[in-house]
Design a protein around this ligand. Structure first.
Ligand code: CP
Ligand code: NVA
Length: 306
């Protein structure tokens, strides 16, 4: 039966660790001169309802490195659910390509694509979660800190799609994930309840606070993301009033462990959720993290499409 990659909540801890191990191996092989053509002759169809730099380019180059190819379909080209039903798009694309990656607004669209596709479907971000980012983030932490179990990650900002995947992935692998959000922008019970269950099984922990200073105390990793995600543009002015106390700046970073790393999925809004000083400073892991999207996704692609 075909497998999809829709949420880290669906994977066993050993499966996530397996992806990380494969990503480490593929990255080392690529650094030695190139990957073996594990996906020789295969093609990935990429559907975008929202803009992208990292997801688009890292998937396209990832397929290229593995001997395959990728086709990018922009919002205007296929009109997912408008020009043609989501189910028919899935049925037709399945006849041409060996895997589908989709970036959508409503998470239900990913589920619908997966239901009607004969080939694996990869979630390249929905309003609900961002599992490809999650694997790349775990890979980055694993590389920089040498382990995940017992590592404290303080996420400071908006409880969005990126936090959902960090909560699921981190809690599955025994991390302590502390989310510091304004009270009205806290993670939902639908995300917290499973994350707490995964943490109880792995020996990790999930905590929520409104205090960014308390969250970063003793943290190994500080993570932030935009205060206004794609699709929330109408709320931007209101969010700009609420979120400034949650800015990741040099003072906040100085309250974490001295060797703490700072992460951001990008794109960053410099001067809002993160300052230039931190983005470009000695704690920043953000560009290694961006590179790791490609290595992590090659492991995902190989696991689904080989
Ligand atoms: N982090 C991330 O998904 O970046 P893009 O929106 O540029 O793909
Ligand atoms: N939370 C952000 C992530 C972008 C990669 C968004 O959804 O816009």
């Amino acid at each position: 039966m075909k497998k999809d990659f829709i949420s880290l909540a669906d994977l066993a801890p050993a499966e996530i660790q397996g992806l990380l191990d494969e990503a480490v191996a593929l990255k080392a092989e690529w650094q030695r001169g190139g990957n073996k053509p594990l996906l020789g002759g295969k093609a990935l169809g990429m559907i975008f309802q929202k803009p992208s730099l990292r997801t688009r380019v890292s998937f396209e180059m990832g397929m290229h490195h593995l001997g395959g190819s990728a086709i990018c379909l922009s919002p205007d080209e296929i009109g997912l659910g408008k020009r043609e039903s989501v189910a028919d798009v899935a049925r037709v694309l399945s006849r041409y390509v060996d895997g589908i990656m989709a970036r959508v607004f409503a998470h239900s669209l990913i589920l619908e694509l997966a239901r009607h596709s004969a080939v694996p479907v990869i979630n390249g971000l929905s309003d609900y979660n961002h599992p490809c980012q999650g694997v790349a983030d775990l890979l980055t932490i694993y590389e920089k800190l040498g382990s995940l179990k017992g590592v404290t990650l303080a996420y400071v900002g908006d409880a969005n799609n990126v936090l959902t995947s960090l909560l699921f992935g981190g809690s599955k692998l025994g991390m302590r994930v502390v989310a510091a959000t304004p009270p009205d922008y806290a993670p939902s019970p639908e995300v917290l309840e499973p994350a707490r269950r995964f943490a109880a099984e792995s020996g990790g922990a999930v905590e929520v606070t409104a205090d960014p200073h308390a969250a970063v105390r003793g943290a190994d990793v500080i993570y932030t993301d935009t205060w206004t995600s794609m699709g929330q543009e109408a709320e931007r002015e209101q969010r700009l009033q609420v979120f400034p106390p949650y800015q990741v700046n040099a003072r906040l970073v100085s309250e974490a462990k001295p060797e703490a790393i700072v992460m951001h999925c990008l794109p960053a809004h410099r001067g809002e959720e993160i300052t230039d000083e931190v983005m470009d400073g000695p704690h920043s892991a953000v560009f290694d993290q961006a590179e790791n999207r490609m290595h992590a996704q090659k492991a995902v692609l190989a696991s689904l499409m080989r």
